[in-house]
Write a protein that binds this ligand. Structure first.
Ligand SMILES: *Cc1c(COP(=O)(O)O)cnc(C)c1O
Length: 359
């Protein structure tokens, strides 16, 4: 029995996937099987066609993403395109966790959707604190699978920005091999591509990797992400995903983004972000209100201020909105700053300099 069969929530095990017209398929000239409109929609861009339901899961998109990964052990059957990594988080919790019975484990501080989705589905949440250097607590994670079906690891981690050691993540996967999935969220991996664990999926069938086009690929509005996992996991998620998961315009935009030209653009922009990040790290470090700047392998920086509430309020009054981390027990007085354009970062430095000059 595969781990996916062993862990699947009972209400999902017996569920038969909804048989949409596209899933049932059939090739003809006249399609009268999906109650679509026969007419083109209002204000459609030239060359587009929107009145038909999209393919169940656009095969070309999965294939192209697989090619982008350039990893021999990943086949098309290991790839599922989803509407952003956030949809994947929801699908995984619904697929494997029985409400009021099962639990997940998160390594905090981390991306808050893992906790939110579990709570929304009445799934228990167990927290393990990252160590003082924000690395995994290996011992606690090794036994996490005794009471949790999903162990969430964000790498590089949001909001701390650091990389977790790959050997420690793989040790967690090994220790829980027979009893829990380890989900590695690689939303920022394009900023440190050599740190991806995609190549380890084949030898670790309980390892699931999440990806997105929302960050380095600059397509947050388009809502495209990917799940990379053992084919039994992909098949189980595909059973639960809604009938027409991927909007056609999104699939087409995503395909362009992972074409050779698209990849060149992404890498050029990524390199620009990395160089702005180091340039502005230095400028920010010289400001007296800044107490600490953490290492980052992402497109954001985590900073500790002497008074983050005052800084946040001052910047807000100047129209500059940062992400407040003060609510995390471990991150009092911390703010997260996205690496924006050079102009945006100049405005930020000006406003912080003005704040410093205040009596
Ligand atoms: C932004 C982000 C996501 C959400 O990605 P979408 O593909 O836009 O849903 C998921 N995980 C982490 C860690 C993120 O920072």
């Amino acid at each position: 029995m595969s781990l996916t069969e062993k862990l699947v929530a009972p209400q999902i095990r017996d569920l038969v996937a909804y048989q949409s017209a596209r899933r049932i398929g059939g090739v003809g000239q006249v399609y009268l099987n999906a109650n679509e409109s026969a007419f083109p929609p209002f204000a459609m861009p030239e060359g587009e066609s929107w009145q038909r339901y999209p393919d169940f899961l656009p095969a070309e998109l999965g294939r192209s993403y697989r090619d982008y990964l350039a990893c021999d052990s990943i086949k098309e059957s290991n790839v599922l395109a989803v509407r952003g990594a956030d949809e994947a988080i929801d699908l995984l919790v619904r697929c494997y966790c029985e409400p009021r019975v099962d639990a997940i484990t998160i390594n905090v501080p981390t991306y808050s959707m893992y906790d939110f989705v579990a709570e929304a589905h009445q799934v228990q949440r167990r927290e393990i604190s990252l160590a003082s250097d924000f690395q995994l607590d290996a011992e606690q994670n090794a036994s996490a699978g005794l009471a949790s079906k999903l162990i969430w690891i964000c790498n590089p981690n949001n909001p701390t920005g650091n990389l977790l050691r790959l050997d420690s993540i793989l040790a967690v996967a090994q220790a829980n091999r027979e009893r829990a999935f380890v989900v590695v969220d690689e939303a920022y991996i394009e900023f440190c591509p050599e740190q991806s664990l995609v190549g380890a999926i084949a030898s670790n069938p309980n390892l699931i990797v999440l990806r997105t086009l929302s960050k380095a690929f600059a397509l947050a509005a388009v809502r495209v992400g990917f799940v990379l996992a053992h084919e039994t996991v992909i098949a189980m998620l595909a059973k639960l995903i809604p009938p027409y998961p991927m909007p056609d315009p999104s699939a087409r935009i995503a395909l362009a983004a992972i074409s050779q030209d698209g990849l060149r653009t992404m890498r050029r922009q990524r390199d620009a972000v990395v160089s702005l990040r180091s340039q502005y790290r230095e400028q920010l470090a010289s400001l007296p209100c800044v107490e600490k700047i953490y290492p980052s392998e992402t497109n954001f920086l985590l900073l500790k201020f002497s008074d983050s509430v005052a800084v946040f309020g001052h910047l807000q009054s100047r129209g500059i909105i940062l992400r407040d981390q003060h609510h995390h027990a471990r991150l009092h007085n911390h703010l997260r700053i996205t690496i924006g354009t050079e102009e945006e970062l100049k405005l930020l430095i000006d406003a912080l300099t003005e704040y410093t000059g205040k009596p």
